[in-house]
Design a protein around this ligand. Structure first.
Ligand code: MOS
Length: 723
């Protein structure tokens, strides 16, 4: 029963584009309900210590105030889960739990009023006294705690001693923030004893589980809606404090409550990417083949993360160093450093984006040390299996990515000597890095209903999965249109509703690979059932005709993807090769990225428009990671400095060069029926190391600390002149 396959992988329109450009797509903060009340928060003015007194008298007298919650009157909540699954963010304690303060900006009071302005005004009139204790917010200023160690392989120390070539380098990255364009927002509404929540979340079922526990309700008494989400990048996985408090306040008031975080509250109270310090020790034969690799990471966690009983959250940097290159002797150790900051969390390609920054930077240094071309060094260390588990990749085409990328970029014309290429006042440099991200999928289900109206057959596709703006609406419409041979406009997709068939969190680039095969499976069930009503196997009959013969008004089926069904003898991993050109005017120290070429193997692409958008978006995210982004905290008081979009710098159009992304036509059929692996995160993974390598090629200066700011580069060049 082969289907037409007309659309899979083709360009095609974004099916949600019309709703978005006309403002009809309704995000959480757009929800308006009768009698809606509005929340505002007062954040702690200290980073460490406790609240002594809270005087709410002035706030209570302010206009429009309906309710003020503090730790004195927030009331009881059920026992909340705090595992790797559903979890409360950013603080593992429920909000307004007690007088303790663990980070600056932690909510100490919530005000609900008739209007957002009245709520904010009243919050400003609350008077709080504190007993501060000194805070520590710099990862280099606090003691580290060793996490349980993962098994290594071989004997790295002996191999390092015996090797003819060795390298020992320290790479750092600062606290960075996902900063989604849409601030975190919730509307909570009690309908009788049932809780209805409109939330900007990556995971309606995670929200549902947490809120059901908090209020002692059965899961089906809680409904979560997230039809549209305006970006998240990991920051909307967990259920946030403002979501829980909106539900508490709505119940107390008997009115719906809207809670929209201000931009500085997003930056101050939603978990960021942890700061890292990564020591990489490499040892190699003279031809560049690695014989030992040791990776020692420190990343920050929150002081109140409950370590060692609970996972304090560690930035999983070693996920890439352990598997990428063939290397017989390997060890990774990870320390966490508790700081008076909100608990860090996931941010686009957690682990890969930070781990490859260090590993691929070190590989470029090794190439320079050996006088081997950096691309050639990667080829000499290429591994066709996961170097740690030893499992062969079911689909692996990294060499082809390198080859095509090098050709598109013109890598062969590179003069390896630093400062050898100039254009006008600028030094020009070329660098490259490997990109990689695991192929992830989780148990997921999709319902497809085939129906008919006066214009013919149409399908309704439904799942609880959430489209974060990545193109899931389009991907599912494409898969169903293809499998049922319907025009794209005749497929209607419903997402982000906890009552629909269950789907996993949108995270780890997993959702298309989880849901697209499930949608296809549902369609194939429908086809099988309806095609049985043909008069003979060659008869061409419209779906409407077959439905009529079957005596059915409509027909529906649920398709499922089971992560357990993936063959275990294989590893599933996406790869890419990223090439970057920079221009550096030495007097200014400013790095302009002028060209990027990325060639990726992400398995079967379902929709080219959305995939391009994801890969380019990942690369732009990487430009920010490398050149601009750092969330700085004042070391004396722990205050996030410049915590808004004028102080926390993100790439703008003028920072974004010509980006050439392409992908191989390489389905991974062992992974799922479509052979697709997901493309949401891989785009960012190699960017930082590729830019740093290009900067070194341009200037001769190796910057190992992100972001690569003009100050750092000028300091490096000044140091070079003194030598
Ligand atoms: Mo993400 S950082 O895959 O939620």
């Amino acid at each position: 029963m082969a289907t037409a396959n007309r659309r899979i992988g083709g360009p095609g329109e974004r099916v949600d584009a019309g709703l978005k450009v006309t403002g009809q797509a309704r995000y959480a903060a757009d929800v308006v309900l009768p009698n809606l009340a509005h929340a505002a928060y007062l954040g702690s003015a200290i980073a460490s210590g406790r609240v002594l007194t809270i005087d709410t008298t002035g706030a209570e007298q302010a206009g429009g105030v309906l309710l003020i919650l503090t730790h004195h009157n927030r009331g009881p909540l059920g026992d909340l889960p705090n595992g790797d699954g559903t979890a409360l963010a950013p603080d593992p304690r429920p909000p307004l739990a007690d007088a303790r303060v663990h980070y600056h900006g932690q909510f100490v009071a919530m005000v609900v009023a008739e209007s957002p302005e009245q709520a904010a005004h009243a919050a400003s009139r609350i008077e709080v006294t504190y007993e501060p204790v000194p805070c520590v917010v710099d990862i280099d200023d606090a003691e580290a705690l060793r996490l349980a160690e993962n098994p290594g392989r071989g004997d790295w120390a002996a191999a390092l001693r015996a090797a003819p070539v060795a390298l020992d380098v320290l790479y750092s990255s600062p606290v960075q923030h996902p900063c989604p364009l849409e601030p975190h927002a919730t509307v909570a509404h009690w309908v009788g004893h049932d809780l209805v929540v409109y939330d900007s979340t990556q995971w309606v079922l995670g929200d549902r589980a947490l809120l059901a526990r908090a209020f002692g309700l059965a899961d089906d008494r809680v409904q979560i809606f997230a039809p549209f989400v305006g970006g998240s990048f990991g920051s909307k996985v967990c259920t946030a404090a403002h979501t829980l408090l909106a539900a508490v306040a709505a119940r107390r008031l008997g009115r719906p409550v809207k809670s929209v975080l201000r931009r500085e509250q997003v930056l101050a109270t939603i978990g960021p990417r942890a700061a890292t310090r990564q020591r990489i020790q490499l040892a190699a034969e003279r031809d560049g083949r690695l014989v030992a690799l040791r990776h020692h990471t420190r990343s920050h966690c929150a002081v109140n993360s409950g370590f060692p009983d609970r996972d304090p959250f560690h930035e999983p940097t070693s996920s890439v160093t352990r598997m990428l290159y063939a290397c017989p002797n390997y060890e990774a150790v990870h320390d966490v450093v508790p700081l008076h900051l909100m608990k860090p969390g996931w941010m686009r390609a957690p682990g890969e984006a930070t781990g490859l920054w260090a590993l691929e930077g070190a590989m470029d240094e090794l190439a320079c040390q050996l006088g081997v071309d950096p691309l050639e060094l990667r080829l000499r260390n290429h591994s066709a299996r996961n170097a740690h588990t030893g499992k062969p990749y079911a689909g692996e085409h990294l060499r082809e990515c390198y080859e095509r990328g090098a050709e598109r970029f013109g890598w062969a014309r590179r003069d390896p000597r630093p400062r050898s290429m100039r254009e006008g006042d600028a030094f020009v440099g070329w660098g490259l890095a490997t990109a990689t991200h695991p192929g992830n999928s989780d148990d997921a289900s999709v319902r497809v209903r085939l129906d008919c109206d006066s214009r013919g057959a149409y399908a309704i596709v439904a799942t609880a999965g959430v489209d974060l703006g990545t193109g899931l609406y389009t991907a599912l419409a494409v898969v169903v249109a293809d499998a049922l041979e319907l025009p794209l406009a005749r497929v209607h997709v419903e997402l982000g509703d906890s009552r629909l068939p269950p789907a996993p969190v949108t995270g780890g680039s997993n959702l298309t690979a989880s849901l697209a095969p499930a949608a296809r499976a549902a369609c194939l069930q429908l086809r099988r059932r309806l095609l049985g009503f043909r008069r003979d196997p060659d008869e061409v009959a419209a779906w409407g005709e077959l439905l009529a013969r079957a005596g059915l008004g409509h027909i529906e089926a649920i398709g499922a993807t089971e992560s357990r069904a993936v063959p275990e003898q294989y590893a599933y991993q996406s790869f890419g090769a990223q090439f970057v050109e920079v221009r550096v005017v030495p007097e200014l120290g400013q790095v302009r990225v002028t060209r990027v070429v990325g060639v990726f193997d992400v398995g079967q692409v379902v929709n080219a428009t959305a995939t391009r958008n994801q890969l380019i978006g990942g690369i732009v995210f990487g430009l920010g990671q490398t050149l601009l982004e750092q969330l700085v905290h004042d070391p004396a008081r722990g205050v996030p400095v410049g915590a808004d979009l004028s102080g926390y710098l993100l790439p703008v159009h003028a920072d974004v060069p010509d980006i050439d992304v392409s992908w191989l036509d390489a389905p991974d059929p062992a992974f799922n029926s479509l052979g697709c692996r997901g493309a949401g995160e891989i785009g960012i993974t190699g960017v930082a190391a590729a830019i740093a390598s290009a900067v070194h090629h341009a200037t001769g200066i190796r910057v190992r600390d992100l972001p690569i700011t003009p100050e750092r580069l000028l300091a490096g060049m000044a140091g070079e002149r003194e030598k």
